[in-house]
Design a protein around this ligand. Structure first.
Ligand code: CTP
Length: 404
């Protein structure tokens, strides 16, 4: 599948809270991710931000009223409700949540919520005392009973100066929740263990041996699996990118630390993807003091081989209860032959081969061009795609294996 947002129709309901201005950034981000956004505003929302702002940002007229449609040829609440893949309401005020909980149809948004069969995703945002009031909590529970998804607000300082729960969450959290709502939950109940990034092998307190991996591909795999309903543990070497929302992050530095973390999480994993670029060697003896340039150690480094973590996992594989084991092969030469060799040698189910010297496929790039090789020798070359889309294609293949 493509990324969850590509080509999706999102109806974005904005209600009358101070956080309405934040919807502007969310609309831009959703469009950048490939979604079509149509905005509906309650009358109260128009007191905070004008419809013109959201019309310009979404590229579509904003609908505010049941009786005055921007398109006289259609019945807005029915046509909008039928077209959309998701009804997203952010910020959702206490008043709107109370109306939705009771199925009230006296606003355009209320009518659409009743008329649509698409998932409804609600982001409450209000003063924390209002949010915590038993009436609001009861209304939120009622919304959940009718299968609306409620994303709890973030905690922090309110516009009024109070502290507590009630803030609209930051975009990465919202993006993950929206992606999940738009994705088939076809990996639900699966436990993914993903490794990503480089490892670093210390030479002394200031230097280390490492490689150019940025972790982008592994993080994209962890994010995509989470969006599709999996429980995900991400064992990551040092990277500069934020962990995907909702994923359990285990930070490691060296190959030995990665080996330990992987071994601990192995028993619960149903799928293991080893996309980390593990250093093959570490210093036999790292120096506790900074190595001086005129010392003997400065010119000769004594190295010891690191364990091959994936090979160990392959050797550990038994019969039916073993996790699906997926390796990566980052190659500069003889790609497919090398991939095939590593697949057999490490007893893998799949290996993902990519060209680290390619123009848009190497380290740090946002795109990748891979070939997936299976244990029967079948080869599936994919076109140049974003790393997010590449991740979803790899997961499609894993899902197919889980089903069969
Ligand atoms: N790998 C591992 N532990 C290591 C080295 C590699 O788990 N010490 C895993 C990687 O995470 C990857 C796969 O093995 O999934 C292949 O890694 P790669 O660096 O391409 O190959 P190597 O096995 O190190 O072989 P070579 O250095 O000969 O290319």
């Amino acid at each position: 599948m493509a990324t969850p947002f590509a080509g999706k129709q999102i109806l974005f309901g904005i209600t009358g809270g101070i956080a309405a201005y934040k919807a502007a950034d969310w609309i831009r981000a959703l469009r950048q991710d490939g979604a079509e956004v149509t905005v509906i505003m309650t009358e109260a929302a128009t007191k905070f931000v004008t419809p013109l702002t959201f019309a310009a940002l979404s590229g579509h007229p904003v609908e505010c009223d049941i009786f005055t449609s921007t398109n006289p040829e259609s019945i807005p609440h029915i046509s909008l409700a039928k077209q959309c893949d998701l009804l997203l309401i952010a910020p959702a005020t206490a008043n709107t949540i109370a109306r939705l909980a009771n199925g009230m149809a006296d606003t355009l948004l209320g009518c659409i919520a009743l008329a649509t069969r698409a998932p409804v995703l609600i982001f409450p945002a209000m003063n924390s005392a209002m949010y915590l009031h038993p009436a609001s909590q009861r209304n939120i529970e009622r919304c959940k009973e009718i299968h609306y998804t409620i994303i709890p607000p973030a905690c922090g300082a309110m516009a009024c100066g109070d502290q507590g729960p009630g803030r609209l969450p930051e975009w990465p959290c919202a993006q993950a929740a929206i992606a999940t709502a738009l994705s088939p939950q076809d990996l639900a109940n699966q436990h993914f263990l993903v490794t990503a990034g480089p490892t670093q092998e210390p030479l002394d307190p200031v230097r280390f041996l490492s490689n150019r991996s940025t972790g982008k591909m592994g993080y994209a795999l962890a994010r995509a699996a989470k969006e599709r309903g999996a429980i995900v543990t991400l064992v990551s070497g040092p990277t500069a990118i934020p962990p995907p929302w909702g994923v359990k992050l285990v930070e490691v530095r060296t190959a030995l630390e990665m080996q330990q973390a992987v071994s601990e999480h192995y028993p619960t994993a149903t799928v293991i993807i080893k996309s980390a670029a593990v250093s093959d060697f570490r210093l036999t003896q790292s120096s506790p003091q900074k190595i001086k340039k005129n010392s003997a150690e400065a010119t000769t480094l004594g190295l010891t081989a690191n364990p091959d973590i994936l090979l160990e996992l392959g050797n550990r594989k038994g019969a039916s209860t073993s996790p699906i084991l997926v390796g990566f092969a980052a190659e500069s030469d003889q790609h497919l032959e090398e991939g095939q060799r590593k697949l057999l040698q490490k007893n893998l189910d799949l290996i993902v081969v990519n060209d680290i010297l390619g123009h848009d496929t190497g380290f740090a790039s946002d795109t990748n061009q891979i070939t997936i090789i299976d244990k029967n020798g079948g080869q599936t070359p994919l076109p140049l795609l974003s790393k997010d889309e590449t991740a979803h294609r790899v997961l499609d293949r894993i899902k197919h294996m889980l089903n069969s």
